[in-house]
Design a protein around this ligand. Structure first.
Ligand SMILES: [Zn+2]
Length: 374
């Protein structure tokens, strides 16, 4: 992964590259961000940059022998530790590790902005609890005791150290504090608050924010052919989570916008027959699309709130959505919006616990009708 293939985050990239230029690289960096932040891609790009033999001041060259290995995640001096959902029953542990490493590399190549759920799904471990096993610390120490094979540097990437077994975490404290020469730890966390203070105190934190809307927009415009409406809808739902935005490009045929506007109109008119047919339609959608519709509804309600409070500056909508928001804000008040939010959040909660989608939708619709038009 090169820095240039990661959208945005220019300030962080330039801090990282200039630390190499001035030879002031922290020996243990902690890339901290929420789920959906691009902290793993940044760590991968930094590892490639460290190994590249023809780097410029902003990025790796992408073509030298080291880069071509880094791009396939087979550079022998980049080591990976990542959570797994199942401890292998396979007697042949080496074979299991080789297999899982292959899956890991394909995951990084195919879903460069992927998250834990996608990683677990990529090797059918989604129903298991993800964990970095106790024996990993011994392997980390062992691996790093070797000299680098090809590069002048060794890089150990630990993805999601918050999922480390506590004895594994304790097992790496010493080496984290005093790593062998030219060894760099790149820890990548989505839960910085869950890490042991002893880990935190040994690392330099790089806070990785979510992308802003225009960074997501640029990426979508460059990589997908969407209409402006589709693009805006995705940007609004994704809230800076590029991985989610990419997933949503697949789900775009779900047409949340039209469905939502129909739904609200029927609630307002108390058109129960139409609401029943919408409930059937909702029931037929897949889980992701159902969740996205509720998520979208919350986003639109937030826009209505902005409209009511006349804080137009932070509104991000255009076209049919803007018209809806203007109309809707005439019939709704602040306490109603609070109620609206609560009802949709409750419905989302029930949906995630596998309640009947049809019943949840119908019940929500009736309560929303009462709220909008008592
Ligand atoms: Zn290179």
């Amino acid at each position: 992964m090169t820095f240039s293939s990661i959208p945005g985050l220019e300030e962080i990239k330039s801090k990282l590259t200039s630390s190499v230029g001035s030879n002031h690289i922290a020996h243990a960096l902690l890339f901290a961000g929420k789920d959906g932040a691009l902290n793993l891609p940044l760590a991968l790009a930094f590892a490639q940059y460290l190994h590249c033999t023809n780097k410029n001041e902003n990025d790796a060259c992408g073509t030298c022998a080291a880069c071509s290995k880094s791009l396939k995640y087979i550079h022998p001096d980049t080591h990976f530790v990542f959570p797994l959902g199942n401890v292998s029953n396979d007697k042949d542990e080496d074979r299991f590790r080789a297999e899982i490493l292959k899956t890991w590399r394909s995951f990084l190549i195919e879903q460069p902005f992927g998250n834990l759920a996608q990683w677990m799904a990529s090797y059918e471990g989604e129903d298991k609890q993800a964990l970095i096993a106790r024996e990993e610390s011994r392997k980390i120490v062992q691996t790093l005791s070797l000299k680098p094979f090809e590069s002048t540097n060794k890089v150990m990437i630990i993805w999601l150290p918050e999922l480390m077994h506590s004895s594994a975490a304790n097992g790496i404290l010493k080496i984290l504090e005093e790593p062998p020469p030219q060894t760099f730890f790149l820890l990548v966390t989505n839960g910085v608050e869950q890490l042991l203070p002893t880990i935190l105190s040994r690392t330099q934190i790089v806070h990785v924010p979510m992308l802003n809307d225009s960074e997501v927009e640029n990426y979508l415009a460059k990589n997908f052919s969407l209409t402006v409406e589709q693009q805006n809808e995705i940007i609004q739902i994704a809230e800076g989570d590029l991985n989610f935005a990419i997933q949503l490009t697949d789900a775009e045929e779900d047409h949340h916008q039209q469905r939502f506007i129909d739904w609200m109109r029927s609630c307002f008119k108390k058109d129960n027959i139409k609401l029943l047919s919408l409930a059937d339609e909702f029931h037929e959608l897949d889980k992701l699309a159902q969740r996205n519709l509720f998520h979208y509804a919350l986003g639109m309600i937030r826009e209505v709130l902005i409209q009511i409070s006349e804080a137009n500056k932070i509104s991000r909508i255009k076209g049919a959505e803007e018209k809806f928001v203007k109309d809707f804000s005439k019939v709704i008040t602040l306490p109603k919006i609070e109620n609206f939010n609560r009802l949709i959040n409750e419905a989302t909660y029930h949906l995630e616990r596998n309640g009947s989608a049809k019943m949840i939708f119908m019940d929500l619709s009736l309560q929303l009708s009462k709220t909008i038009n008592p």
